[in-house]
Ligand binder design. Structure first.
Ligand SMILES: [Zn+2]
Length: 208
């Protein structure tokens, strides 16, 4: 009995060793085959390039013209847009100014990093007084119209991000459309009439 059980134990051991040897060899062969086969899970990475805007956002421009500039006019400003939409190349050229080409540094944003490149920023200047104007009051008018003053210390720059980061703009996201605070603003603009102080009063716009 003892001998028989020893023999069967030996048989089991041999079977296990043989199985391990064969399966090891099989795995080795499988590995060889797999390493020679073309990788089937490496799909080509599709980089979706978001097309860059080619013009200022029309909804943003309407807000600038019909609310911001029109209201500022009532308060004695004679604003004009000194810079609106810029291409990436134009922004790069501006960025290089004072760095690799002569001139003063005028921007901290290289091409593609400025909101001007996405059509949601304007720089303004007064036709008569240039930069010698009450920027604080103008900032309040801009804020009333839904625009945001620059966070980079450029007082003449107004933009509209609505919480979006520059990376969001790069990814092709756009802020929610702006809505004019008074319908009369659009009605006046359509027929080329100046907005009046009474219009603002009737609409409930606070004094600046
Ligand atoms: Zn600007």
């Amino acid at each position: 009995m003892i001998l028989k059980s020893k023999t069967s134990g030996f048989r089991i051991l041999i079977t296990v060793i043989a199985f391990l040897f064969m399966s090891g060899g099989f795995l080795f062969l499988l590995n060889k085959v797999q390493s020679k086969a073309p990788p089937i899970f490496e799909l080509p990475i599709i980089v979706q390039s978001v097309p860059m805007p080619t013009d200022i956002d029309q909804n943003f421009l309407t807000q600038v013209n019909e609310c911001f500039i029109a209201t500022a006019t009532i308060y004695g400003y004679t604003l004009r847009i000194s810079s609106g939409f810029r291409t990436v190349e134009e922004q790069d050229q501006l960025y290089n100014q004072g760095r690799t080409i002569n001139g003063h540094i005028v921007t901290e944003a290289p091409g593609g990093k400025s909101i001007h490149n996405y059509g949601f920023a304007v720089d303004v200047v007064d036709r008569w007084h240039e930069y010698n104007i009450d920027w604080k009051k103008l900032g309040k008018i801009a804020t009333f119209c839904g625009l945001e003053p620059s966070d980079e210390g450029d007082i003449s720059h107004f933009e509209y991000r609505s919480g979006l980061t520059t990376a969001d703009f790069i990814a092709g996201r756009k802020p929610e459309p702006l809505i004019l605070p008074c319908t009369i603003m659009n009605e006046r603009a359509k027929v080329n009439q100046l907005l009046t102080f009474k219009d603002l009063q009737n609409c409930g716009v606070p004094k600046f």
